[in-house]
Every structure is written in structure tokens, then in C-alpha cells.
Ligand binder design. Structure first.
Ligand SMILES: Nc1ncnc2c1ncn2[C@@H]1O[C@H](COP(=O)(O)OP(=O)(O)OP(=O)(O)O)[C@@H](O)[C@H]1O
Ligand SMILES: [Mg+2]
Length: 211
């Protein structure tokens, strides 16, 4: 199974993915945790360009193609090989992040993004996408708090500096994508305690792994 976690900044993707990987491993399900951008060595360098607050003059289509380059490298060298070994892949952001941020957020034509996805990734899609839905007010305040508290992910990203309206478009975009593909998406209310969100996510995953 290829499972992706999506949602705005601070919605709890990284928190949940770690907890879920641990829980699945305890159940004897081999998992590979990975992320976009930056799930490969080359991707980590692309990620540094994409997220650095100084790169304000990155134009939208160049940004888009960097995300796509990161994704192709990641799918070919990490995601597909892990799936072929029989592992469950848990991926922190994927295709829908591009559709939500570059499409709904930046205003690039969503049909063009789908065309590009089909062209370079053969329309390779997750089996399940968990959308951690949260208001940007709460998400951004969590993300900013994390910047104060945390060492490793302490750098502020280009996206956290975007106006609230941008994040509202991204959130609405994610919800629209979920509405269009109800088979693939599950929407999870991410405003609850981390442990409650985890329960909800595990219930969905277990329901699919052991129908
Ligand atoms: N359900 C929750 N309730 C309150 N705080 C939470 C919850 N989930 C995560 N947090 C906290 O909010 C901050 C952001 O969470 P996390 O890093 O998991 O979000 P994210 O979706 O991965 O964000 P980003 O897109 O910026 O990587 C962290 O400090 C985390 O501990
Ligand atoms: Mg994260």
C-alpha cells in the first residue's frame, strides 16, 4: 500500500506519520516512511531550494518543475522499490500537495498539473490519501510554535511566510480534491488531540489493510 499524508502546514502530518509507522511496525507490518520534497539525496538539495525563505524570486512554473523533478527521483528510487519489496509506504506529502499549493494556492492551471503528472509519473497515485484537515489559523500557529521549540526543523519555510489567504486556498483545494476522489481520500479532523487523530488514522488504515 502506498499511503500519503496531506494537509496544510502544522496539520500534524509528520507527527502522525511517525506514530502510525511505529504502530504498524508493532503489528508486524513493514513500513517505509518518506517525504516530499526531499525523500532522496538529490531531493534534499531540491528541497533546500524550494523551502529557503531567501528564494522569493522563484517563479511558479520553475517551482512546479522542481517539485516534479523531486517526485520522479523519489518514486523511481524509493517508493516503487519499497512497494516492490512488499513494504507499506507512508509518504509525507505527494501529488495532492502540488495540486493544492501550486494549483489552488498559486493559481497554476490544475489541468496542466494533472497532464504533467500523467506525462512524467504515468499517473502513479497513492492507494490511500489521508487529508489532515485543519484551519490555517491553528495550523500556522502550531507551525510557528514548532519553530521556537524544535531544533531540527527549526527553519521557517517560504510557505509559512505566505498570507493567510494563500493557506485558505490550499485548504479549500485539498477539500475539493478529496471531494473529487472520495475512493482514494479520507478526511481526518486534525484539530483534535494528537492521540485522537492517531486513533482515527489507524482505524482507517487498519480497515483497509484488514477489510
Ligand atoms: N493534534 C495536534 N494538536 C496540537 N498540536 C499538534 C497536533 N499535531 C501536531 N502538533 C504539533 O504541531 C506542530 C506541527 O506538527 P507537525 O510538524 O506534525 O505538522 P506538519 O503537518 O508536518 O507541518 P509541516 O507541513 O510544516 O511539515 C508540532 O509542534 C507538533 O508537535
Ligand atoms: Mg511536517
Amino acid at each position: 500500500m502506498f499511503i500519503t499524508f496531506e494537509g496544510i502546514e502544522g496539520s500534524g502530518k509528520t507527527t502522525q506519520i511517525r506514530a502510525i509507522a511505529k504502530a504498524l511496525a508493532q503489528d508486524g507490518i513493514p513500513c517505509r516512511v518518506t517525504r516530499e520534497p526531499g525523500g532522496t539525496d538529490i531531493g534534499a538539495r531540491i528541497r533546500a531550494i524550494l523551502l529557503h525563505p531567501e528564494n522569493k524570486d522563484l517563479v511558479h512554473k520553475a517551482e512546479l518543475l522542481m517539485y516534479m523533478a523531486d517526485r520522479v527521483q523519489h518514486v523511481e528510487t524509493v517508493v516503487r522499490p519499497a512497494l516492490n519489496r512488499g513494504e507499506t509506504v507512508l509518504c509525507d506529502r505527494y501529488l495532492d500537495a502540488t495540486l493544492a499549493y501550486q494549483g489552488y494556492g498559486r493559481g497554476l492551471n490544475v489541468d496542466l498539473l494533472w497532464d504533467l503528472h500523467r506525462l512524467v509519473l504515468n499517473d502513479f497515485k497513492p492507494d490511500l490519501t489521508l487529508l489532515l484537515d485543519l484551519s490555517p489559523e491553528i495550523g500556522l500557529s502550531r507551525a510557528w510554535r514548532r519553530i521556537d521549540a524544535d531544533g531540527e526543523e527549526a527553519e521557517q519555510t517560504r510557505f509559512e511566510e505566505e498570507a493567510l489567504g494563500f493557506h485558505e486556498r490550499v485548504r479549500a483545494g485539498y477539500l475539493d480534491l478529496a471531494r473529487r476522489e472520495p475512493e482514494r481520500f479520507r478526511i481526518v479532523d486534525a484539530a483534535r488531540d494528537p492521540s485522537r487523530v492517531q486513533e482515527a488514522v489507524l482505524e482507517i488504515i487498519n480497515g483497509i489493510l484488514h477489510p
